[in-house]
Design a protein around this ligand. Structure first.
Ligand SMILES: [Zn+2]
Length: 223
């Protein structure tokens, strides 16, 4: 553990600044209203987590307003109170060493599926590409302690996204940027599936097709 004032400040400064930029993606993609939703990032070097301050408007977020906590949610840096979901973010990081970013929204269409406790099967190639399987729906948990994190870890499996019954969406990724991208993609898939369900019953893509699409997308697609 480096002494305070050596390398923590610069490293965490970069993470805090990236978090401000990533938080702006949430209102930009219509995934949040007012102060709802939050993103956190774990610094792989120190294991510390930077997270949105509680109840601060997106346009007022600054690098300095972000709160840095340890994996038990104790404040290490920052003068603000962390997001009320901080204990759940920390629970996810403690149980998923592969995860360094977590995002949470109440985005409309995905949360409609969560409201009725319904997972989203793979009806679309875009979902096979991005998620490699269904977007599961976890059980209900109260806000404020790590109960939500426990539901997320239990239900999410290898998916980057999970719905939380009667609540909203949690996404995870190897970086905070990947978690935010998964939040955007979750809402996009949920909106299209919702529209499809208004005009008929879509077919679920077979598992082997989903696996092939996901493999192609994750190994061959892009530059
Ligand atoms: Zn919430």
């Amino acid at each position: 553990m480096p002494a305070p004032g050596t390398r923590w400040p610069s490293m965490l400064e970069a993470i805090r600044e990236e978090l401000v930029e990533l938080h702006r993606e949430l209102p930009r993609h219509d995934l949040v209203v007012w102060t709802g939703g939050n993103v956190s990032a774990r610094d792989p070097e120190t294991g510390l987590v930077a997270i949105k301050p509680s109840g601060v408007r997106y346009e007022e977020l600054t690098a300095a307003s972000m709160v840095v906590v340890d994996l038990d949610g104790r404040i290490v840096e920052g003068t603000n109170k962390p997001s009320s979901d901080v204990a759940s973010h920390c629970y996810i990081y403690r149980h998923r060493p592969d995860v360094n970013g977590v995002a949470h929204t109440h985005s409309r269409y995905a949360t409609a599926f969560a409201a009725v406790g319904r997972s989203i099967p793979v009806y679309l190639t875009a979902q096979a590409d991005e998620f490699g399987g269904e977007i599961p729906c976890a059980g209900f948990a109260m806000i404020g302690d790590e109960g939500i994190g426990a539901q997320v870890v239990e239900a999410i499996g290898s998916s980057p996204a999970v719905l939380l019954k009667n609540h909203g969406v949690f996404t995870v990724g190897p970086t905070a940027r990947a978690a935010v991208k998964a939040a955007v993609m979750t809402e996009d898939v949920a909106a299209t599936v919702w529209a499809a369900l208004q005009i008929g019953q879509p077919d679920v893509l077979p598992d082997d097709v989903v696996a092939r699409l996901h493999r192609r997308y994750t190994t061959e697609y892009g530059q």
